[in-house]
Design a protein around this ligand. Sequence first.
Ligand code: SAH
Length: 218
Amino acid sequence: MRSFEDSYRHKGMRAQLVKLLKEKGITDERVLTAISNIPRHYFMDSAFDKIAYEDRAFPIAADQTISQPYTVAYQSQLLDIKPYEKVLEIGTGSGYQAIVLGELQAMVYTIERQKKLFDEHRKFVLRGKYPNIKYFYGDGFEGLPTYGPFDKVIITAAAPFIPPKLIQQMKVGARMVIPVGEGNVQRMLRLTKLADGTTREEVFENFSFVPMLEGKNN
Ligand code: SAH
């Protein structure tokens, strides 16, 4: 069962989490504000109320995970979202990262390959609050050619390689934040698309994500 009550106790735990994220090096105030505004416990069973505000990943349906708050904050900070930017997210999962982007006033297009997670999201209580987020069931390797080009692209699963179709769907000057690598550890990369269609690459910390898989799963 999930509970949709945001008490002072929850708000207190959230303030502690934001403090921890600052200590770990997250400096973008807009990202920190977004995290302090979103009741992360709404995304999990009410039995895990407290765990919702610990800085750790957590299992959700279909053997997937809600990313660790630090990871969500880190990727959001690297994206440097401006209001009204078009952002493509691969791997909706719990929808938490999408809603952080929604709080940052982006126009969010998020894709999930697991039908069960996609369907669960239809009835999610916070969904109506963010008309700026659109949800799609599909294969993230294909992107959303009819909705692009995008200003920002975020991949929230471990990519075995940089998906070429997603580079095509970026505007010149657009950024992609993507954890690349197979196995247990991925390297966070930030790519900027140049006028000649190639990309400039910056390399950041290591993270651990569930794999980005090809095709849809129903
Ligand atoms: N952003 C999520 C993190 C979810 S974990 C959150 O905030 O909770 C990664 C998700 O990526 C999983 O739900 C997985 O099913 C999904 N995924 C993996 N490969 C994918 C693909 N090719 N296309 C779309 N989603 C994919």
